[in-house]
Write a protein that binds this ligand. Structure first.
Ligand SMILES: Cc1cc2nc3c(=O)[nH]c(=O)nc-3n(C[C@H](O)[C@H](O)[C@H](O)COP(=O)(O)OP(=O)(O)OC[C@H]3O[C@@H](n4cnc5c(N)ncnc54)[C@H](O)[C@@H]3O)c2cc1C
Length: 422
């Protein structure tokens, strides 16, 4: 089976067996990175030999990536692919005016505004550009795109804009630890590299929430997927798909799969989609004959062999359970911020781990403990002067692309104020 991500000539051809979790990880990365690729699904040992040049389907060298320049990577990590695409760099400067962590809509916007306004800006992203939005097949409510735009294309446009303004992009690097002294703000990347900046914006969004079921990790990428799985739609042709979640991400995913799959079932715990989904998506789902919604239902068990084969569904009102065949399960159940680094240095978070900023830090006219300045924190400033938060990672943020982009831009305005006045 072949799947081509776009009509453009593929830059990468991936050969792999069905249900390969690494195969999925590579497809997801390339899709979000807007890199044209072709997935060649190997189904027999003979095909594995003739197409991929390996012994059999279980050969540990699979999946194999063949690049347009003739390079062949066996069983590569996403980091190796990032490097092969020429995107893996080390920092060029010893010190920046502005360091931004996370390249979702908030971080991308902050990088455009930071660099365009003359700040020496570095954007650090652990995966690829686009964040959660990068997994969306079509964002339809973002200003200026009346017919919608895929998250991957939006991110690619942002990359071009950022590069034109001269910000540095460090992909495949993760900020893991903060070090803040009164006169210097630093952070360490996973390889020990220290990034020093006069001001920092944390735009690290949220990471997908998990169901917390047995075997969940085992089936990840092998039938069970987090997010809207836009890279997988063509592979679901003629099959049944389950989407768990009642938000816009789930609604979009269901609409996208409905074009290829024979049937899509949305599973939600609530009574209806009304309170969680935008009206335009509710209307479209209602008008799509091959989508149904299972309300007040939850997934309680996963089963299979090398790949997911079955899920167990429990009706919450009656308590009745039944098992259904399922080889495509997409989980769009929201996310959680990953801000443990912040608590290590005493930055105020809320009970959910979101970074608290600006007026939310001030209680009865009093700034948080250890706040060292005479002024109150600026609107998007955390309890550490000069460290700002923008987008979904921020306590009280509106979980939308446009608001994340807006906060990224606003954070840069506040960075200027901080650099000028302290
Ligand atoms: C499938 C889907 C569809 C959606 N559709 C819509 C829509 O149609 N309209 C709409 O308005 N909103 C939509 N949303 C919501 C919207 O995408 C989010 O609100 C938005 O992406 C939040 O942006 P952000 O930049 O704050 O964070 P994120 O998008 O979460 O980006 C955070 C980035 O930070 C990176 N990161 C995390 N930790 C680190 C670290 N330690 N070091 C370096 N990098 C790190 C992550 O890899 C990620 O790339 C959708 C969301 C999903 C999942």
């Amino acid at each position: 089976m072949m799947q081509q991500a776009s009509a453009t000539m593929p830059l990468v051809t991936i050969f792999g067996p069905p249900g390969s979790a690494l195969g999925y990880a590579i497809r997801d990365f390339l899709y979000r990175s807007d890199v044209p690729f072709e997935w060649v699904q190997l189904v027999t040992d003979a095909q594995a030999r003739s197409e991929a040049g390996v012994e059999h389907l279980a050969d540990t060298r699979l999946p194999i990536c063949a690049f347009a320049d003739g390079t062949r990577l066996e069983c590569p990590t996403v980091r190796q692919i990032t490097a092969q695409l020429g995107w893996f760099h080390t920092p060029l400067r010893a010190e920046y005016d502005l360091a931004i962590y996370g390249a979702g809509p908030a971080g991308l916007s902050a990088a455009v505004y930071g660099a365009s306004e003359g700040l020496k800006t570095v954007l650090i992203e652990r995966y690829t550009l686009g964040g959660q939005a990068g997994s969306s097949s079509r964002i339809e409510n973002y200003l200026g795109f009346p017919h919608g735009i895929s998250g991957a294309e939006l991110a690619e446009r942002a990359r071009e804009q950022i590069s034109r303004f001269g910000a540095e992009i460090l992909l495949g690097h993760e900020g893991v630890r903060a070090e803040c002294t009164p006169d210097q703000m630093g952070a360490y990347l996973e390889d020990g590299t220290k990034i020093v900046a006069r001001a920092t914006i944390c735009a690290t969004g949220v990471a997908y929430r998990r169901l917390g079921l047995e075997h969940e990790q085992r089936f990840e990428g092998a039938g069970l997927f987090y997010g809207a799985g836009a890279s997988e739609a063509a592979l679901t042709r003629g099959q049944r798909v389950f989407v768990v979640g009642g938000g816009n991400a789930a609604g979009q995913a269901a609409m996208h799969f409905a074009q290829a799959a024979c049937h899509v079932t949305i599973v939600i715990r609530g009574e209806s989609l009304k309170s969680t989904l935008s009206q335009y998506l509710i209307d479209r789902i209602a008008a799509t004959p091959n989508i149904n919604v299972l309300t007040q239902t939850e997934v309680t068990a996963l089963d299979g062999d090398e790949v997911l084969r079955e899920i167990r569904l429990r009706q919450r009102t009656t308590g009745e359970s039944h098992t259904v065949a399922a080889s495509w399960l997409f989980l769009c159940i929201g996310g959680e911020p990953q801000t443990e680094w912040a608590s290590e240095v005493g930055i105020v978070r809320d009970a959910g781990g979101y970074l608290v900023t600006g007026p939310d830090l001030v209680r009865d006219g009093r700034c948080p403990a250890h706040w060292p300045l005479d002024r109150e924190p600026y609107y998007l400033e955390t309890s550490m002067p000069g460290l700002f938060a923008a987008g979904d990672v921020r306590h009280g943020s509106i979980k939308r692309c446009a608001s994340a982009v807006g906060e990224g831009a606003m954070a840069v305005a506040l960075v200027h104020r901080y650099l000028a006045n302290g």
